[in-house]
Design a protein around this ligand. Sequence first.
Ligand code: ZN
Ligand code: ZN
Length: 389
Amino acid sequence: MTAKKKATSIEKTAAEKIAAEKTAAEKTAVVLSDEEARRANAGALLAERKLDALLVSSLHNIRYLTGFTGSNAALLLQADGRATLFTDPRYTVQAGQQATCRVKIAKGPLTKAVLEEMARAKVRQVGVEADHLTFAQYEALAKGVPGRTELKGQAQLIERLRMVKDGGEIAKIRASVQCNSAALEAALGRFRAGMTEAALAAEIDHQSRKRGAEAPAFDTIVAAGARAALPHAHPGATKIGPGILLIDMGAFRDGYASDMTRTLHVGKATAKFRSVYKAVLEAEMAAIDAVRAGVTAASVDAAARKVLRGHGLEKQFIHSTGHGLGLEIHEPPRLGRRDKTRLEAGMAITVEPGVYVEGWGGIRIEDTILVTYAGCEVLTPTPKELREL
Ligand code: ZN
Ligand code: ZN
């Protein structure tokens, strides 16, 4: 009895000791949020370019670096990772809830508040986003910067970081892709011959919203018959009758895009549809097979083009094979002939070869894909076998 009691008390002491150690470890452990880790990476990039800070104007880049989703903002990111987000009083509550960095609510123009912060932080070499800062904003900044501060145009600096997705982003893209595929099935379940393109597109958008999408990632494309020859057809009053039905759709869910095209046949598929479908599917699979970390974006495009050339259809393939996606529907890299970007594990891209014949129609097959070290993972679960409705 005594011995047992003693053992219990020793165990308790050990457990208490472990608990105490754990608390100490937790106190010293540096747990970075996704956005803090991204800011640290971006800061290192600034230091490499000998910049003291970057003024971020793109709202997508601001969301990526801070979590803030408001429609009016600027961010001053310093090379040591410190950051100040500027927005207006409408967003006081939202910025407080979302932003993982210091927030300054500017009563007047954001530029004035940014200039004050630049002077306070004594930054000298300041990068600005050449693709996003307007000329008027640039002029206002240039006029107001302290004497020794230099503004330096930067192209695609944060965009380059955004090409490789982190775990949190990949989870959101997966959820977006699932939502998109489920919406297609639900919408097709409500399809009736004679429905207009516009009605089916509206049904797709409705089903997507019901499954958690904030918005379509782009204007949903529903193209019937010969109209499928237009790669970016706008759904209209055309009735969907027997023949080709091309659907290209994407969702924004939790801010992240998905993108998928399926080309179906209403009624029994013709011999021509079957043979072109087989060629496009073969090209899509060849491009997917070519995807892995280390290869160039152009080489994936070449793999799809080679298959279509073999079928005598290369001239009917009038766009690039795919694109990156994430917070935006079209992000770098571009899987086209000229993009020498090397694919990296964690990039989310689409593969979408197509063949378009004026007066007949078109066929495109598109999946959202995650690049891995060994190859890739096709995220889109929707089957690709020829489907007759
Ligand atoms: Zn696409
Ligand atoms: Zn698409």
